[in-house]
Design a protein around this ligand. Structure first.
Ligand SMILES: *Cc1c(COP(=O)(O)O)cnc(C)c1O
Length: 367
């Protein structure tokens, strides 16, 4: 068996210890004589799994008691619709557009009301987090942000000041990579396949009072996307993604056992710092995001030409360094250094970059 250095943006690397535990429990989960994939979601063993997964997440993130944790089947993309369907009561929300994911969310929300772009960095190709407005219209139903824009590689260190307007955040690609003050938000959500588990599960953490009256668009909101129903049913309106919930539970324990979110953030920062330092000193490669807004998860960079980029990606694979090709929207390279990516993977990437640069000298260039 040999494992590669996997920089996939998602589905992405999982901790090896978690994979081994899953493998060990595959044929007989703790004396049940079956795998978690084969058991009823209403059985006692599964009830224990989902309860423990939620409890562990609550401990890890310090989720206040007045927030509900919902386990939704489907991707983060489904929540682009669920959020306006549930929360757009006055028919108007503000969107910070800092990359393609927040842009997609804004376009989807337009189907259900007025999704006003209150800040955007599209004019600089999303190389940064846009400047937030000093204040926002207090009639907005919510203000929406994507904390870490996975494709472009920019990340918010701060969030807009919204007064009494609830802040909604897509944290898919930075979920559990650092502490997050949940009480600052009305709702945070994450598709788990970036940093917490297998694809097909999205975790929504929402403040009680926002869902108490049911969905804003009760007439058209699918029952399946009704936050209040999901909360009342303990995420068991229908069959949840049992397998993903189980794996996430293990990942949450792994984070806890390795020191929690503070320690995770320190490790993640230490992991990406040498990459950014290298990019800053390189004459062949350059980072694509302004230094202040660089992601601690998705490191985006390029060479002066798409041909060299392609050669770099190909050569990487020969060294067991995989999934460093940039998103098809932007090209270039992207190394996603999520929680489960070990520092040795970054070391391998860096030494390859140095070799590649040495064998591809370039004339000094102006940026
Ligand atoms: C990947 C991603 C999504 C989309 O996730 P799906 O689960 O594929 O729908 C949305 N937002 C962010 C920030 C992402 O990284």
């Amino acid at each position: 068996m040999s494992r590669v250095y996997n920089f996939s943006a998602g589905p992405a690397a999982l901790p090896e210890t978690v994979l081994r535990e899953c493998a060990a429990e595959m044929l007989d989960y703790r004396g049940t004589g079956m795998s978690v994939m084969e058991m009823s979601h209403r059985s006692a063993p599964f009830k224990k799994i989902i309860d423990d997964t939620e409890a562990t997440l609550r401990r890890l993130m310090g989720i206040p008691d007045n927030y509900r944790v919902l386990f939704f089947m489907g991707g983060a993309t489904l929540q682009f619709a669920a959020i306006p369907l549930n929360l757009m009561r006055n028919g108007r929300a503000g969107y910070v557009v800092s990359g393609n994911w927040s842009q997609k969310a804004q376009r989807e929300a337009k189907k259900y009301g007025d999704a006003v772009v209150i800040a955007s960095s599209e004019d600089t190709s999303f190389d940064r987090v846009p400047t937030f407005p000093a204040s926002v219209d207090q009639d907005l139903d919510y203000v929406y942000v994507c904390q870490n824009e996975t494709v472009f590689g920019n990340m918010m260190r701060e969030f807009p000041q919204t007064g009494g307007v609830p802040l909604v955040a897509d944290v898919s690609s930075c979920f559990l990579s650092a502490p997050l003050d949940v009480s600052r938000f009305g709702l945070v959500y994450a598709g788990v396949q970036k940093n917490a588990g297998p694809a097909g599960l999205t975790i929504v953490i929402v403040r009680d009072d926002l869902i108490a009256d049911g969905p804003a668009h009760a007439d058209i909101c699918p029952t399946y996307l009704d936050y209040r129903v999901e909360a009342d049913k303990g995420s068991m309106l229908n069959t949840p993604n049992c397998w993903a919930i189980y794996v996430c539970g293990k990942v949450f324990h792994w984070i806890e056992d390795t020191g929690g979110l503070q320690a995770m953030e320190e490790r993640n920062r230490a992991k990406v710092r040498p990459l950014y330092d290298y990019l800053d000193g390189s004459s062949l490669f350059h980072g694509t995001v302004v230094p202040a807004d660089r992601s601690i998860a998705n490191v985006t960079f390029r060479t002066p030409s798409p041909e060299l980029d392609a050669e770099f990606v190909e050569g990487a694979a020969e060294r067991g360094i995989v999934n460093v090709k940039g998103h098809r929207l932007v090209g270039g390279m992207r190394a996603s250094c999520y929680n489960a990516v070990p520092p040795e993977a970054v070391d391998a990437l860096l030494s390859y970059m140095a070799d590649f640069e040495a064998s591809h000298p370039v004339a000094p260039r102006s940026r």
